[in-house]
Design a protein around this ligand. Structure first.
Ligand code: FUB
Length: 458
């Protein structure tokens, strides 16, 4: 039987509705090779995992308090997104996976969806999150719940109740080689317990990991194993703000021996740090956070990523935070020089493009002759590129030179920036092409300021 024109229209409408709802959950790709990793929203407390051939990051999601929504001056967090990347350079936002008012046991509008974790077991992804229960007999403060999915990107279905017997924040789950799973969490101290095979219930009484520092807040535990050593890593306030420390053991439940600091306190006073550590394609990485996009308010944070190395005896080499981050930047993509590797001691500064909308990102300002900025790890490929485009502004006009590999390296291009108070894209021919991977140095040749948003080779 032929469908009637009415039913054809009906089917088309249904298809359109399905298509529109798929579009509503559409992924947003944010190409970004530098720190912070995500620049279109605040992200914090990154729990990163390798699932298949990709890295997935489950951060918490800071937002600004609005009248009647969240407490001004404090953490305001209502949901979680998940981000993925196959190369640690291009990140895809898969959208919201869990939101406070859709979890049956969560106190509505409590805006306390703090640092989560996610782990894979037997075909399911278990997402652990701490927040405030509406039933205060469960906990007067925080407790920890689980949401389960068939895919790392969701949909995650929250369990009807939080995990029994857990009070605290910052869940972290570790599965040992023998298949035993452990839950770690914090509430002043750091606690641990075995998890049942269903990953939803404790299988043992919680123990306090008591060999850690006794003075100063400890939170955000993250446990991993390498070459038979169990590393318990955690933020700790030894002085004024959190730094990342670690202790080791031959067993997931300790006893642990404190080993040292793996990242110092923030030099600019961001009070929290929260991290995770993983190996991906034969390199270890540290995910952590800083308040890059909100320098005046450190409860609006942004996740970062830097490489991590072990000494031959298994100690963790201290990670020095960078803006450049990890990975290579394709010469044909926008190269954000403000996420620099090196900057000249005088004349070069970094500033927000728009102080009223910091999500616009940053610019490099070369204020005087010879001021320079260096950006490492630009992948030029093999095929000769012919031009470079700068998004730039020079109120009095200016000239910059681009060189490969260093301030005295081969000249790639000289670019004259016409006088003007507006951003403009200025294109110049390349005088040389260097195949392969190079640092790019951009240096001013005039005493009048030149501002650069990004550069791109073609
Ligand atoms: O993000 C809220 C809280 O701040 C986390 O749970 C702590 O680890 C700290 O980063």
């Amino acid at each position: 039987m032929q469908p009637s024109s009415k039913s054809i229209i009906g089917m088309a409408k249904i298809k359109l509705r399905c298509w529109l709802s798929a579009l509503a959950a559409v992924v947003i790709t944010t190409a970004n090779a530098q720190n912070p990793l995500i620049t279109n929203q605040f992200t914090a407390d990154p729990s990163a995992r390798v699932f298949g051939d990709k890295v997935y990051v489950y951060p918490s999601h800071d937002i600004r308090a609005q009248p009647g929504h969240g407490r001004a001056g404090w953490f305001v967090m209502e949901d979680y997104h998940v981000f993925s990347s196959a190369n640690l350079t291009d990140w895809t936002d898969h959208g919201v996976i869990v939101t406070q008012n859709k979890v049956p046991w969560v106190k509505p509008d409590s805006y306390s969806m703090w640092a989560p974790d996610c782990i894979y077991r037997n075909g399911k992804y278990y997402f652990y999150f701490p927040t405030t229960p509406k039933d205060t007999t469960v906990s007067k403060g925080f407790t920890i719940g689980v949401a389960v999915s068939d895919k790392p990107t969701g949909p995650f279905v929250p369990q009807p109740l939080p995990i029994k017997g857990v009070r605290g924040i910052d869940p972290n789950v570790f599965i040992d080689k023998d298949g035993q799973a452990y839950l770690y969490w914090s509430q002043q101290n750091i606690y641990a317990a075995k998890l049942k095979d269903n990953m939803l219930e404790l299988a043992s009484e919680p123990v306090t990991l008591g060999e850690l520092p006794t003075q100063g807040l400890k939170e955000g535990p993250y446990l991993f194993e390498r070459k038979g050593t169990y590393y318990l890593t955690y933020p700790h306030v030894a002085n004024k703000t959190e730094r990342l420390e670690y202790a080791t053991s031959t067993s997931p439940l300790g006893p642990f021996t404190v080993k040292g600091v793996l990242m110092d306190e923030s030099p600019t006073g961001c009070w929290t740090n929260h991290h995770s550590i993983l190996a991906f394609k034969n390199q270890w990485y540290l995910f952590y956070h800083h308040n890059d996009l909100s320098p005046a308010f450190d409860k609006n944070r942004s996740i970062r990523l830097d490489s991590l190395f072990f000494e031959p005896d298994g100690r963790i080499r201290k990670v020095v935070p960078t803006l450049r981050g990890v990975g290579l930047t394709d010469a044909k993509q926008k190269i954000q020089l403000d996420r620099y590797s090196r900057l000249s001691n005088s004349g070069a500064t970094i500033a927000f493009l728009d102080t009223a909308n910091k999500f616009q990102g940053w610019k490099t300002v070369l204020a005087s002759n010879l001021a320079w900025v260096q950006y490492n790890g630009v992948a030029f490929g093999k095929q000769a590129l012919k031009t470079v485009t700068l998004r730039t502004m020079a109120p009095a006009g200016g000239t910059v030179q681009l060189r490969a590999d260093g301030a005295t390296g081969p000249l790639l291009a000289q670019v004259t920036v016409p006088k003007g108070g507006q951003w403009q894209e200025v294109k110049a021919p390349l005088s040389a092409f260097k195949p392969g991977i190079h640092a790019v140095v951009v240096a001013s040749k005039t005493d009048t300021p030149v501002e650069i948003d990004w550069i791109r080779f073609e």
